[in-house]
Design a protein around this ligand. Structure first.
Ligand code: NDP
Ligand code: 8X3
Length: 254
């Protein structure tokens, strides 16, 4: 039976982890997916794995507003009518206390997790509002809700994402556009490796005593938000590994 066509979804941070899996799950459900990230080789692999041509790699940096605007203007006609935006691109740098933190790391997190998300939303939201329907899913974090040692700036950027999700929803009232926030806890992706500056051993050690969430768990939560009847707005989903307690995140070095 032919797959029902569901429209175009744009997924940021689609070159690894949650974003990659979200792109695959949405594609499987009949969406055409614009897969956005900086690493062209990773995006090409993702697109090549799908034989239907429904995944379009879009090499862009969410921090570069002009570059994003150009890339969106140049989307092929069949990927232009975006109805779903998944703001997933994000990162964390460092794990020490604020008093010994690095300004460059703070800036990178703020530029990516806050300004980057605003850059992409600012360009896509008018398209959603003018078409009279659509859905934005922002990826937050339990770090925004439960402080842990060393979470500081990363956690605060995610608190911004949670609050902005609520305010997006208010501002989009009457447009038919829904807004959800999915806030995962510890999940095994490239996130920890990035946070520990590329140290894979450190990153792996983090999950030694805990069974972390998988990209699939998060992708299914995103897909569930989208699949609800049009009258339902899922405001927030929070999910954690069973073994993760409220003070345990990427606390300190393993
Ligand atoms: P990954 O490191 O595996 O993926 C992060 C993605 O973001 C990559 O595709 C990366 O692509 C992309 N990205 C980073 N910076 C930019 C940028 N400037 N422009 C475009 N894309 C960018 O981590 P996760 O999948 O775990 O992280 C996805 C989201 O989930 C993040 O927002 C993270 O904060 C959040 N999160 C993660 C949790 C976890 O425990 N893993 C838990 C809760 C939330 P590229 O480098 O190719 O640009
Ligand atoms: C990152 C996951 O639980 O370590 O958002 O904060 S956690």
């Amino acid at each position: 039976m032919a797959q029902e066509k569901r429209g175009v979804a744009m997924v940021s941070g689609a070159s690894s982890g949650f974003g990659r899996r979200i792109a695959q799950v949405l594609c499987r459900q009949g969406y055409s997916v614009v897969a956005l990230a900086r690493r062209a080789d990773r995006l090409k692999l993702l697109a090549d794995e799908d034989t239907t041509g429904a995944i379009l790699p879009l090499v862009a940096d969410v921090r570069d507003r002009d570059g994003l605007a150009l890339a969106l203007d140049e989307l092929p006609a069949e990927f232009r009518d975006i109805s779903v935006l998944v703001n997933n691109a994000g990162l964390s740098r460092g794990f020490g206390p604020l008093q010994s933190g690095s300004h460059d790391s703070w800036r990178e997190m703020i530029d990516t997790n806050i300004t980057g998300l605003l850059n992409l939303s600012g360009l896509v939201l008018p398209r959603l509002a003018s078409r009279g329907s659509g859905h934005v899913v922002n990826i937050g974090s339990i770090a925004a809700n439960y402080p842990y040692m060393g979470g500081n700036v990363y956690a605060a950027t995610k608190a911004f994402v949670h609050q902005l999700s609520l305010n997006m929803r208010v501002d989009l009232q009457g447009t038919g556009v829904r807004v959800s926030c999915v806030a995962p806890g510890m999940a095994k992706t490239e996130f920890a490796k990035v946070r520990y500056g590329g140290d894979e051993e450190c990153a792996d050690a983090l999950y030694r005593d805990i069974e972390p969430l998988t990209p699939d768990d998060v992708a299914e939560a995103v897909a569930w938000c989208l699949a609800q009847p049009a009258r339902v707005n899922v405001n927030m989903i929070e999910l954690m590994p069973v073994e993760q307690h409220f003070g345990l995140g990427f606390a300190g070095s393993p």
